[in-house]
Design a protein around this ligand. Structure first.
Ligand SMILES: N[C@@H](CCC(=O)N[C@@H](CS)C(=O)NCC(=O)O)C(=O)O
Length: 228
């Protein structure tokens, strides 16, 4: 049985969706990042990056959400484009585009809009600009086709869904109007039974809800360590 280390945050949710879609047997193991559980030595042995998600599948350990999506897709042969170099090139490009662009810029946008102790206009504008530029690229693609890769729902759509469903949090409420095709994809995926189960998963465990000093110190370690 796959061990799935998770919280209800966007990156773990992509993997929860994939696990539910594939029907693989898995054991969800909560990692309460607001209590600092991501920094415990036993978890660092699984993910040295001290973030969720991670999975342990027998003697295989995989961390980083998009790597896990690819691993599970290859393991099951599901939610992948047809075989061939051309399709593989597209799959890798879009998967890495989401991993290296959509995720980090959305995350920083959420951070500077909602959590930074000071409202720094330059940082807010930069990350909102970059996050929305990435979503606009996805929007243009989805204006021409139903899913991210050809006509089939797959792991790139799941990767997009993880972050895009939080656009109001990353960019502000009004932003959905700019991305109607992305909204269509997000709504369609969110209505799938696997997504409903993935979203409900976190309610099986008690995660800390307060964002207090303990949470800030666990998740924003730069607050106490000066490097520049
Ligand atoms: N590149 C990683 C990023 C993982 C990540 O940032 N996870 C967040 C939740 S979405 C986390 O663990 N935050 C806790 C922390 O930063 O301490 C991935 O895609 O899995």
């Amino acid at each position: 049985m796959i061990k799935f280390y998770y919280s209800g945050a966007p990156n773990p949710m992509k993997v929860a969706l994939m696990l539910e879609e594939t029907g693989l047997a898995y054991e969800p193991i909560p990692v309460d990042t607001r209590k600092g559980e991501q920094h415990k030595p036993e978890y660092l042995a699984i993910n040295p990056n001290a973030k969720v998600p991670a999975i342990v599948d027998g003697d295989v350990t995989v961390f980083d959400s998009n790597a896990i999506l690819l691993y599970l897709a290859e393991k099951t042969g599901k939610f992948l484009p047809p075989k061939g170099d051309k399709a593989r090139g597209e799959l890798l490009s879009w998967l890495m585009f989401v991993a290296s662009g959509v995720g980090p810029f959305s995350g920083q946008s959420v951070h500077f809009r909602n959590y930074a102790p000071e409202k720094i206009e330059y940082a807010i504008n930069r990350y909102m600009y970059e996050a929305q530029r990435h979503y606009a690229i996805i929007e243009a693609r989805l204006a021409k086709q139903k899913f991210m890769l050809d006509d089939a729902y797959g792991i790139v759509d799941m990767a997009v869904w993880g972050w895009a469903r939080l656009i109001p949090n990353a960019l502000g409420e009004g932003y959905w109007a700019k991305f109607p095709n992305l909204k269509r994809l997000v709504d369609e995926i969110s209505a799938r039974p696997a997504a409903v189960r993935a979203i409900a998963l976190k309610d099986k465990h008690k995660f800390k809800t307060e964002f207090d000093d303990e949470a800030r110190n666990a998740m924003f370690r730069h607050l106490t360590v000066k490097v520049a």
